[in-house]
Design a protein around this ligand. Structure first.
Ligand SMILES: Cc1cc2nc3c(=O)[nH]c(=O)nc-3n(C[C@H](O)[C@H](O)[C@H](O)COP(=O)(O)OP(=O)(O)OC[C@H]3O[C@@H](n4cnc5c(N)ncnc54)[C@H](O)[C@@H]3O)c2cc1C
Length: 287
């Protein structure tokens, strides 16, 4: 049985920020509820007040705006996976969203909730990091944009203050030959948590030459991490079989995963190598 709590569902962003400012302790923000309700039922989260933001129209939708693709934090995985703008400018994110849970979870779960829940296995986070996404953090005092990477501190830990709300995400709009991709390995086809995942993004201005490479690894460290050694290797020479093997081996060496019920550290490192190879092979002949 859940402990009793107050429930507020404001219909304007300003109201939501005022409620947060007035009551900074034991408030839980509720979006789709697919993480929060599980935690409340398990008793690991016991809020005094639940602030349901699902009615805030300002936090919904996907649109192109001044060189960015703006994504509302209340965007569901289903919406992201099916969005033309996301598929064109950040295919990896559409692929990550399509691999979350099951149809029911994708219809309710939101990108803001996936990010704020800060699981190392969250499927939209490696794509966001690979795509160079930024997140807008707001409180009554104002709002700021920061890199997604700087928000995440560890499992279930973010730099968000109790009076702050995620009010937007954005990825750069990319003209030209921009490639991005997400690969996840889970132990089943549906409803499985990533044992390891890899997302990569790069420009391919000329065939076989990658620039601006960003590689993000999921489920192999306390929070999503970049494989900077592999990024450098890939930006330095022509994409051929030899370079792919070197970069994939480098990414595997760069992470130090843990052993747990879902997989051993050795197995996870091997998966990183396989998943990155898969992505790079798909790009080798021009994407
Ligand atoms: C059966 C099942 C399968 C799942 N499978 C997957 C999977 O395969 N991959 C995966 O990545 N996840 C999976 N999840 C986890 C979950 O569905 C996702 O993390 C989802 O995106 C969470 O979004 P939500 O809107 O439901 O978040 P909520 O549960 O509403 O919130 C999650 C957290 O984010 C905070 N929050 C939400 N919105 C904001 C905001 N705008 N600003 C600040 N804080 C906010 C909440 O306070 C809470 O701490 C699964 C969950 C279940 C129950």
């Amino acid at each position: 049985v859940m402990a009793s709590f107050r429930y507020l569902a404001p219909l304007a962003l300003g109201q939501a920020l005022e409620i947060l400012a007035a009551q900074t302790r034991q408030v839980k923000i509720l979006a789709g509820g697919t993480d929060v309700l599980v935690q409340m039922r398990a008793g690991t989260v016991r809020p005094r007040l639940v602030l349901d933001i699902a009615g805030l129209a300002e936090l919904k939708g996907v649109r192109q705006e001044d060189g960015w693709i703006w994504i509302g934090p209340l965007c569901t995985h289903q919406e992201l996976a099916g969005s033309d703008l996301i598929q064109r400018h950040g295919l990896a994110l559409a692929q990550g969203a399509a691999l979350v849970g099951s149809p029911q979870i994708r219809l309710r779960g939101t990108i803001g909730g996936n990010l704020a829940n800060a699981s190392p296995a969250a499927d939209t986070v490696p794509p966001l990091v690979a795509l160079g996404a930024e997140v807008q953090i707001s409180s009554l005092a104002g709002s700021r944009w920061v890199a997604v990477e700087s928000l995440l501190q560890g499992p279930a830990q973010t730099t968000l203050h109790p009076d702050e709300l995620i009010t937007g995400l954005r990825i750069p709009a990319r003209p030209g030959k921009f490639l991005s991709r997400y690969e996840k390995f889970g132990t089943r086809n549906a409803l499985s948590i990533a044992v390891a995942s890899v997302s990569a993004a790069a420009m391919m201005a000329e065939p076989g030459h990658l620039t601006g490479v960003r590689i993000a690894l999921g489920s192999v460290s306390p929070t999503v991490m970049r494989a900077r050694g592999a990024e450098e290797l890939l930006s330095a020479s022509r994409l051929d079989l030899d370079l792919i093997a070197q970069a994939a081996a480098s990414a595997a060496r760069e992470c130090c995963p843990i052993d747990d019920v879902r997989g051993s550290a050795w197995y996870r490192q091997h998966l990183v190598e396989v998943l990155l190879t898969r992505i790079l092979m798909s790009w080798k002949d021009g994407g």
